[in-house]
Design a protein around this ligand. Structure first.
Ligand SMILES: Nc1ncnc2c1ncn2[C@@H]1O[C@H](COP(=O)(O)OP(=O)(O)OP(=O)(O)O)[C@@H](O)[C@H]1O
Length: 416
């Protein structure tokens, strides 16, 4: 905690964490018996030379491949890990949702853990009691609150951890991916709460492989690569560079990370799911469709089912290159009404006339989103591939909706 910083501010200076690796048993014995610290060459730095600062109310996204050091960095910021070099300064109350249930004592009940967690953040007993009902209600764990948390499923732990962390008016909220582990309905509520906490002026640090969420919530992004800062800056700039990197790396990366699993089944308790998709190009339906650039009409019909108690969801159609880079998307937020029948079923159609893409192969993906288009219930990407032919010589991905005009037929003055 630093006194010269306003509440919600974060300052990270030359931060690094070193882990010793002592592969040979004899050397391990030597270090253990004599207490000799290993030198820096005998190990590795999961993160090093990290510098950034956040003003109150800023939202920083952290991206990077698996093993890039994201979780290590978040744990250092939260104080769960001690830096080997450099320092972290924070001002105000820091709440973190790191690994599943981190910070909970497994032997204690949910109720006891809520009290412990809140007390550690500086709340008095009466302040905790005033918030207790709200925490339990939000978590949906009333029937389990007096059971030891070691009996909770991973989804239940996430619910409890998020409910506590977010109810305690944090000045700084740190979230590590964990929300994707919760079930669909809870994730949906959680994203609304993060948005509300952000609107109240808290600083947010969010690590996620789902770039859509980073794009939605964060104004700045830090891209970690092999423990070092590869880029740090406004979201649009850094995400664009990171997406380029993922595109180039698509072959070697495959299977190592999961920023774009091509098809995501909804969790078992998903409140909404895609029930049917039909993609047509000039009236012909299928998974591999041929058409004409600037001429053909793309139609995508999406059927979905949702709980009748929920507001109707949104649907988005995403067009990507063959490497998976998103070129354009269009969601149903422009539709004021999205009727669902008595069983929660609905169907929407997206129509794209004179498809404005140049010659090439493109993927069509379909996404089902919550009513505010924050939480993704399910996506299928690709659902179809388009192969477009073109008679003109225009280059790039998009056909520009422009035209040429003759300004003058006089000879070019420069030629004189
Ligand atoms: N306690 C530890 N001892 C030794 N190495 C560790 C320890 N914790 C993490 N590491 C290593 O540090 C590196 C960074 O791990 P970290 O979990 O921070 O990456 P990450 O970017 O969060 O990855 P992911 O996206 O898979 O969660 C990895 O190589 C990991 O194996």
């Amino acid at each position: 905690m630093s006194s010269d910083m306003p509440r919600g501010a974060v300052r990270v200076t030359n931060l690094g964490k070193h882990y010793a690796i002592l592969p040979r048993p004899l050397r391990r014995l030597w270090h253990t018996l004599l207490g000799v610290p290993p030198d820096a060459s005998e190990g590795f730095w999961p993160v090093r030379h990290i510098n950034f600062s956040l003003q109150p109310g800023q939202a920083l996204g952290i991206v990077g491949l698996n093993g890039a050091g994201k979780s290590t960095l978040l744990q250092l910021i939260n104080g769960a890990l001690t830096p080997t070099e450099g320092r972290v300064e924070t001002a105000g109350r820091v709440a973190a949702l790191l690994e599943l249930g981190a910070g909970f004592n497994p032997e204690f009940t949910g109720r006891e853990n809520i009290h412990l967690y809140a007390a550690a953040l500086g709340f008095t007993r009466s302040q905790i009691l005033a918030r207790f009902e709200q925490i339990v209600t939000f978590s949906g764990l009333r029937d389990y609150i007096d059971r030891p948390v070691k009996t909770y499923s991973s989804g239940m732990l996430v619910r409890l951890a998020f409910s506590v962390a977010s109810a305690l008016e944090p000045d700084i909220l740190i979230i590590d991916e964990a929300l994707s582990v919760g079930d669909g309905d809870f994730s949906r509520k959680s994203f609304d709460r993060i948005a509300a906490i952000k609107e109240q002026g808290a600083t947010i640090i969010l690590c996620s492989h789902v770039l859509y969420h980073i794009d939605l919530f964060c104004d700045h992004v830090l891209w970690l690569h092999e423990g070092r800062v590869k880029a740090l800056g406004p979201t649009a700039h850094v995400l664009s560079a990171y997406r380029d990197f993922l595109d180039q790396d698509v072959v070697t990366r495959d299977g190592l990370t999961h920023p774009d699993p091509r098809t995501a089944a909804p969790p078992k308790s998903a409140p909404a799911e895609i029930t049917s998709v039909e993609v047509r190009l000039d009236g012909v339906s299928g998974e591999r469709l041929a058409g004409r650039s600037g001429v053909s009409t793309l139609t995508v019909d999406v059927g979905y089912r949702t709980r009748t108690t929920l507001p109707p969801p949104h649907v988005a159609v995403v067009l990507s290159s063959v490497t998976g880079r998103i070129l354009a998307s269009h969601d149903s937020q422009s539709l004021a009404v999205r009727p669902i029948d008595g069983r929660g079923r609905g169907r929407l159609r997206f129509v794209l006339p004179s498809i404005p893409l140049t010659r090439g192969i493109y993927r069509v993906g379909v996404y089902l989103l919550c009513e505010r288009a924050r939480h993704v219930y399910q996506w299928i990407d690709p659902v179809a591939t388009l192969e477009l032919e073109q008679t003109t010589t225009h280059q790039g991905y998009f056909l520009l909706n422009g035209h040429w005009e003759v300004v003058s037929s006089a000879p070019d003055a420069m030629a004189k």
